[in-house]
Design a protein around this ligand. Sequence first.
Ligand code: SF4
Length: 242
Amino acid sequence: MSSLDCGGIFLLFDPDEVNVTRAEKAARIAQMLDELYPAPPIPLDHVDPYTLLIAVLLSAQSTDKKVNEITPALFARAGDAAAMTTLSTAEIADYIRQIGLAPTKAKNIRALSEILVVDYGGEVPADMAALESLPGVGHKTASVVMAQAFGVPAFPVDTHIHRNAARWGLSSGKNVQTTEKDLKALFSKETWNRVHLQIIFFGREYCPARSHDLSTCPICSWAASKKRIAQEAAKGPKGKKK
Ligand code: SF4
């Protein structure tokens, strides 16, 4: 990664610097991300907590772009939980058939809408445990809804965040639970919602999933451990910018 175009802000840091603590790394990375993405938008189109919940559920194993293409028609037909329960699972599946796992997602959308109507007056509860108890809603989806629909600090960890937290030496990368715990400890609570989006945007823009040369990158060259750089170099050819 020899040519990241980051407006020159990375030059503020000495790429040969060593012995940077996790907290120092986090502070520097936060500063860089603030410069690159001062006001990161919410990637999934929605108008309220319900449409966000459905969009996030649909985004698993798919892309935000694809979800944004299919949700207008679905929400025009059923924009709230009560309206969604008037559709059959097969009808919902028909609206979302272009994305992965459509039959399962349709079943979950129908079932969770029913629960919202019966137990929550048709509204999405602003409660992590209640959200996680809904069909098809895991911890990450619930965290996104808490953060982006209700403004409650959360740190949803997706694959981009998990991978980069490990590459940057901010977490051991053992599993997403550990990564979430480590990131929550490193970044101040009031910045969690923003940093989460910033890392996603950075990862999508700059960081390939496959192994590539970390030693020339303005972040990884000083944030990644020498061991990590050597490991990625040994795995295969350099990746290309996404
Ligand atoms: S993974 Fe590291 S080296 Fe690669 S682009 Fe992202 S920050 Fe740079």
